[in-house]
Design a protein around this ligand. Structure first.
Ligand code: SF4
Length: 369
């Protein structure tokens, strides 16, 4: 039996640049071969994303419409009530998501909001979903409390290379990000960390970012690779488009460097053709956000994704930790009953009348988790 390609944490820049320089077919063959060693090549992990607190973020990430430094016309929203979040988590479960990701536009969680966040984690977990959050920087104690509440994953992106970083963010340092990732790991949670392509960086920056991620030991379990979504009013709204082939190359190199990680095709996917998405799956991407509208059964993006999966013969990956069906149903029923008894009960049928625009505003961190 052939030995699996073992994860490495010592990739040199020369080696990684050599991978980027391979003829595309050679690079894809290498990446896909490694992908098949570690994963079912026809399974894609499906997550759902919800912004639980939107806009007015004190950070100055130049790609992000939620930054308070730029005027993008984004509607700001306070932290959502626990029951409203649970309603949306349930809708996500019904559309086939196995993981529920929640984002809040904060520098770090405040003392006032943190207990609510912990309640949200417990509630979503009780529905039988894996939980993921992105809340900004965490200290050691916050990471521990989130872990104890049942948070499975914490998302905190490195965004780009250390060298290009200050062109993108000035309000926190690269080291701040690495420190938060280290607290998350020490608290026993899984790490979701990746970056954004198409922000005007060079190929060498993409190589250096992937080296940073692959230097983390163990590797992040989830590596989101985002294509910049240009939002009017942000400093990057006029930046030159990235060649889609360069995006696919980066996915392939990420797969080679981090053979056991889920590589997530993340922000920017809506703008990608089905053919481009198919190529990224071949290159090693095996995680997506499923649809964007979660409040009702009417979820056109999820339908589109289902059709794409069908055309490609892809199926959603099963949950890592299978939940006993009876337990799961009981938890679900209990959560629904609690919601109905609560004055905060959220009527999804009313929510369905929200305009597309209103829905689109509910995206955490510039949709870059
Ligand atoms: S990416 Fe996240 S941290 Fe940066 S401005 Fe947006 S919400 Fe704030």
């Amino acid at each position: 039996m052939t030995a699996l390609t073992a994860p490495r944490h010592d990739w040199s820049l020369k080696e990684v640049e050599a991978l980027f320089a391979l003829p595309l077919n050679d690079l894809l063959f290498k990446a896909h071969s490694i992908h098949r060693e570690h994963f079912d090549p026809n399974a894609v992990q499906v997550s759902t994303l919800l912004s639980i607190k939107t806009g007015a973020c004190p950070e100055d990430c130049k790609y992000c419409p939620q930054s308070g430094h730029y005027n993008t016309g984004l509607a700001k929203e306070q932290l959502m009530e626990v029951q409203k979040v649970l309603q949306q988590a349930k809708a996500a479960l019904e559309t086939g998501a196995s993981r529920f990701c929640m984002g809040a536009a904060w520098k770090s969680p405040s003392k006032k909001d943190f207990p609510v966040v912990l309640e949200i984690v417990k509630g979503v977990k009780s529905l039988g979903l894996e939980t993921c959050m992105t809340l900004g920087m965490l200290d050691v104690d916050q990471a521990k409390e989130l872990s104890q509440a049942g948070l499975d994953y914490y998302n905190h992106n490195l965004d780009t290379s250390p060298e290009y970083y200050d062109q993108i963010i000035t309000t926190r340092s690269y080291q701040d990000r690495l420190d938060t990732l280290s607290h998350v790991r020490e608290a026993g949670m899984k790490i979701c960390s990746g970056g954004i392509l198409g922000m005007g960086e060079e190929e060498t920056d993409r190589a250096k970012m992937l080296i940073q991620l692959s230097n983390l030991a163990p590797h992040p379990e989830s590596v989101p690779i985002n294509m910049l979504v240009k939002v009017e009013g942000t400093p990057l709204d006029q930046v030159e488009d990235l060649d889609p082939i360069d995006f696919i190359r980066t996915i392939a190199v990420a797969r080679i460097l981090m053979p056991e990680s889920h590589v997530r095709l993340s922000a920017g996917r809506e703008e990608m053709s089905d053919e481009m998405q198919a190529m990224t799956f071949f290159a090693g991407a095996n995680s997506i956000f499923y649809g964007e509208r979660l409040l009702t059964t009417a979820n056109p993006q999820a339908d589109k994704d289902r059709q794409l999966f069908q055309r490609l013969g892809i199926h959603p990956e099963r949950r890592d930790v299978p939940v006993d069906d009876a337990t799961h149903q009981a938890a679900l029923q209990e959560a629904i009953t609690e919601q109905k008894n609560s004055k905060l009960f959220y009527d999804a049928s009313q929510a369905s009348s929200l305009s597309d625009g209103a829905e689109r505003e509910r995206k955490p961190c510039g949709l870059v988790v």
